[in-house]
Ligand binder design. Structure first.
Ligand code: PEP
Length: 264
């Protein structure tokens, strides 16, 4: 089995003023200085990104959303070139909150992924089922639809774009985030998460080939904490975490990342 470098990204959502973000990073950056075997990022509000990317270069910075058009009449959106111009590495795409509250679809998710990969930037594409979909046993169908519709919409025929040029850091990361586990304190068990990740990797293999399926990283997201990170990260198909609530305090997130990076 191919070993994949883990990737931990904190999703601050609509939290932190510039002053709070700066105070967080002044504590967080030195605390993760010793972690060399994993990628560590934060997804912050666009308002915060320009000054954070300049001041804290040891952290990978992500936007929480990014439009597919180069520029134009898209009020409230941000483009890849705007993000790139301030050294942002990439963006989350189709987080479940955007699917539920902002009309994000699999089609628009695919368009966003295509724009990011086309600009040589990272995309973290979020997928995951609701509680009703899990309880009714339809979760694999839901994941399959989310993946196939988004991938079809990217229009990217040659998946080398998703792999990028750095063998350890493919540009595309998938995040399996069961909606019922996000912000609820009820994380998926490591067995449930592993089963879903293996399903996603199987879909990648069938549709994009063995190399892409082995190299792309699949993060787990949904109530990851210091208490469950070891067990989740020890699963063979879990390659990191996307962390909401537990990424808001610098000391806690630094500990979580340090512990998660050690798990094999
Ligand atoms: C998220 O918002 O992506 C998330 C996983 O949140 P939490 O860790 O708070 O469940």
């Amino acid at each position: 089995m191919m070993s994949r470098r883990k990737i931990f990204v904190g999703n601050w959502k609509m939290n932190k003023t510039p002053q709070e973000a700066q105070a967080f990073c002044e504590a967080f950056a030195p605390a993760i200085g010793g972690v060399s075997n994993a990628d560590i990022g934060l997804a912050a509000s666009n308002l915060l990104l320009p000054s954070l990317t300049t001041r804290f270069r040891g952290i990978q910075w992500f936007a929480q959303n990014c439009h597919w058009a180069a520029s134009g009449a898209f009020t409230g959106e941000v483009s890849t070139s705007m993000l790139k111009s301030v050294d942002v590495s990439g963006s989350l795409v189709a987080h479940s909150e955007r699917r539920q509250m902002c009309g994000e679809t699999n089609l628009s998710a695919g368009q966003r992924v295509a724009a990011l990969l086309g600009a040589g930037m990272q995309a973290i594409l979020c997928v995951g089922e609701t509680l009703t979909e899990r309880d009714s046993g339809r979760w694999t169908d839901v994941l399959k639809t989310q993946l196939s519709e988004a991938f079809e919409a990217t229009g990217i025929k040659h998946w080398t774009a998703a792999l990028g040029s750095d063998p350890e850091r493919p540009l595309l990361t998938l995040a399996y985030e069961p909606v019922w586990a996000i912000g609820t304190g009820r994380a998926a068990t490591s067995a449930q998460a592993q089963e879903a990740h293996a399903f996603i990797r199987g879909w990648l293999k069938e549709n994009l080939g063995t190399e892409v399926s082995q190299r792309l990283r699949i993060q787990y997201g949904g109530s990851v904490t210091l208490q469950n990170v070891d067990e989740l990260m020890s699963m063979p198909d879990i390659d990191g975490a996307l962390v909401g609530g537990a990424s808001l305090k610098a000391e806690d997130f630094a500990q979580l990342v340090t512990r998660g990076a050690k798990s094999v």
